[in-house]
Design a protein around this ligand. Sequence first.
Ligand code: UGA
Length: 433
Amino acid sequence: MKITVVGTGYVGLVSGVCYAELGHSVICVDKDPMKVATLQNGEIPIYEPGLQELSVRNSELGRLRFTASLGDAVKGVDLIVIAVGTPPLPSGEANLAYIELAAQEIADAMEGHPVVAIKSTVPVGTNEKVRDLIRARTDCPFDSVSLPEFLREGSAVSDTMNPDRIVIGTESPRAEALLRELHARLDCAFAVTDIRSAEMIKYASNAFLATKISFINEIANICEKVGADVTRVAEGMGYDKRIGASFLKAGIGYGGSCFPKDTQALIQIAGHVDYEFKLLRSVVEVNQDQRFNVIRKLEAIFGELRGRTIAVWGLAFKPETDDVREAPAQEIIGELLARGVEVRAYDPIAMDNFRSTFGSGDGGVTWCESALDAATDSDAVCLLTEWKEFGQMDLQQLRGVVREPVLIDGRNAFDEADLQDTDFIYYSVGRPS
Ligand code: UGA
């Protein structure tokens, strides 16, 4: 099958590379010629385990190409996948400008009878709008499909190669057959729906997962007050298949480019049809507040924080990614600085990204070479991202460098047993301290 993927962000690049790995002939298009040159050189502009090897291998096999020329890339292909960004507008709504631009260029260049699928996360009704936009510009026949994506950053390749389900939203049996053939080598369920339901499945899935996280975080907050252990509670709940064990890890709340954006967008989508999504509003509110528990715990120990030195371990929104978008670390560090704290920050992969997005407000932050370097002479260590190396830290060694033995574990990366034989004051999330 000949496929063109438009947009080489997380979703587009991983999908394109994985389609090539499935044996298809793939062209990935991006407007940015520098990015295209990087990809043509066998380099990957994002940190995503396993992606570079697959990209290089499939390029060498002649199944994967990168180009900046969308017009040439869409001629004579079976499937065009739109995977450009839909960043949030200040109102929380998805910005569809990139989708519309891509659709116009596709309409002006396509030939034959391709299937045009939208993989970007878009509000309900967008696929129909894009279909009408293309129809208005060309007589070339095509079939529209909503093809939402469920990969997670950090495990994107394995999620794409081992999906739980493929959702295909289309009215066209021909398009459904093509999409089934595209994924034929994958062992998973197919959910074939109308276009609007497929669009909604994406938002509803992310909103539900975000709800699970905010739910367990509130349970954790109550556990702290009643002397229960949220990890044991989550385990006990998770054995119930109706609940499921995943996404019940309490912490400092969800971040990233998806949950914060998609929950806000779904609240907006509901608002446009005069429906107030009360539950999801609370999910967002709980998430926003949860991160500040780190500061509350520091203040419970020290009172005034001014003049203290605090180490921050972890800047990425989760481990195994260099993505810092909506990472809780952004606001936590901002609040610490506002309270007159000297921050010593470290992340194994996301330092550069964090520094560039944190901008000029970083006076008062020392960017450190290692976790131990960050902890040196600090009054407290705050763990914000559960990178493996943090949980494996030798606590005796850590004790040797810190000024005060205080450890605030925002992700429950340590166990009580790890803390035995140390004099650390240890606060985690939802567990007796
Ligand atoms: C999420 C979804 O999991 C994917 O299915 C979806 O395709 C993607 O959004 C998207 O819409 O593109 P992602 O944002 O990459 O994927 O990362 P997750 O692993 O879902 O984690 C999101 C956030 O939730 C992280 O900040 C993580 O620390 C937090 N989280 C996750 C918890 O606090 N507790 C948990 O139990 C699980």
